[in-house]
Every structure is written in C-alpha cells, then in structure tokens.
Ligand binder design. Structure first.
Ligand code: CA
Length: 229
C-alpha cells in the first residue's frame, strides 16, 4: 500500500494530542493536516479532500458530531471518531451520523495508527471490486464499481462503512452473519465483545435508509439480508 499518498486530517483542539497523533502518522508516511475547531475542520475537508478524518467529539465552534454530519453530507469520507471515556451517547450518535469507527480517550497512539491503517485497507479492498458486476437482489441494486446503491430504482446515499456492511450481507443473502464475524471482517477488530454495538448502529442506519424489512435480526446471533421483489 502506498501510504505516502494518503492524506489524514486530524481534528482536535488539544495541541498535545493533535501533535502526538500527527507525529506518529507522519512517521508512517501519511500526509497530515490538523484542524482545531468545527468550522476549520469542515473547511479543511472541502479544501484538502483527505482520505480519512480523525475527529474528536469535543471541539470549539461546533462539535465533532456536527462536523461529521456536515462532511458526510458532502461526500463519503472515512471517519475515526475520538470520544470521551465511556460516553455511550457520543459513540451511538457518532455512528449514527456516519462515523466508521471510534476510539475512547485515553487511547494509545499505536492503537490509533492501527485503526487508521485498518480503515484505509478496507477502503482499498472495496476499491479492488471495481471490475465486479453489480449485485442485484430483488429491488436492491449494488454497484460495486461506483459504490452506489439503489432500492426500487431510487438512489440511496450510504457512508463507506454502511456500504461495506451492506455488501457483506448481500454477498450471502438470507444467510445469518454473526455480529462478531462482521466486526472482524469489516472493522478488523479482534476484540469482538467491545464492539458489537458498532455493528448494531450501522445496521440501524442501513434500515433507516433502505427500509427496516431489508435486514432481519436473529437475536443473539446476528443479521441476514432478506430479498424483496
Ligand atoms: Ca477536544
């Protein structure tokens, strides 16, 4: 992977954290920009078109959740959110407004770098689907090359993670996929217990956008994509 061409925007008002993350990611070959408040973050995403955004929730101006809402409305960009320790509300709202993954503070810089790699690798893998034929299941059409989704002819805008989750489910329609496996395959998390709510939040977003009946919950196990004509 040619990391040198990757651009990461760090949005964080605490200079010590912003700098230490920047130093680590630069050492690993990323081009790194820093924004220190909400409005500056939105402007930087528009101007610099980063490949990934590391986004703190607590920011001056407007907060990270609002930043996430605004940048995802423009163009899907992978977002790794930084939240206060054990603040479940921030995590759930963050995932609902389009964050792809999250870390709670305090985090290790090494863990953050690993998550950044994992998220970018996932986007790369998805891009290697460029020549694949569209997946058509009933009235659902998934165009892998263009990363576009239509339901009953109408285009639906998904975040990068929502799209990947949908493709995972659609590759094996009607088959139940355990939440732990989805978490490992999509997010690359080894510690499944900590993150199954991440899967739940993204399923919720897919249902809201594509129709609740499209994804079946198998309690205690996972999810399956249903086919509708
Ligand atoms: Ca902060």
């Amino acid at each position: 992977m040619r990391e040198s061409q990757r651009r990461v925007l760090i949005v964080e008002d605490e200079p010590t954290i912003a700098e230490s993350v920047a130093v680590r990611l630069r050492a690993e070959g990323y081009e790194v920009d820093i924004a220190r408040d909400g409005p500056a973050a939105v402007a930087a995403v528009e101007a610099d078109r980063p490949d990934l955004v590391v986004l703190d929730v607590m920011l001056p101006g407007f907060d990270g959740l609002e930043v996430c809402r605004r940048i995802q409305a423009e163009r899907p960009v992978p977002v790794l959110m930084l939240t206060a320790r054990d603040d479940e509300t921030d995590v759930l709202v963050g995932l609902a407004v389009g964050a792809d993954d999250y870390l709670t503070k305090p985090f290790s810089i090494r863990e953050l770098a690993a998550r950044v790699h994992a998220l970018l690798r996932r986007i790369d893998r998805a891009r290697s689907d460029d020549d694949a034929a569209p997946i058509v299941l009933g009235d659902l059409e998934i165009n892998l090359a263009e990363r576009r989704v239509r339901r009953a002819g109408a285009e639906v805008h998904l975040t990068p993670t929502e799209f990947d989750l949908l493709v995972h489910l659609a590759n094996r329609p009607r088959v139940v996929q355990p939440r732990e496996r989805l978490l490992a395959e999509i997010w690359g998390w080894g510690d499944a217990a900590a993150g199954t709510r991440t899967v739940d939040s993204h399923v919720k977003a897919l249902r809201r956008k594509l129709g609740a009946e499209l994804i079946r919950t198998v309690h205690g196990v996972g999810y399956a994509l249903e086919v509708h004509r």
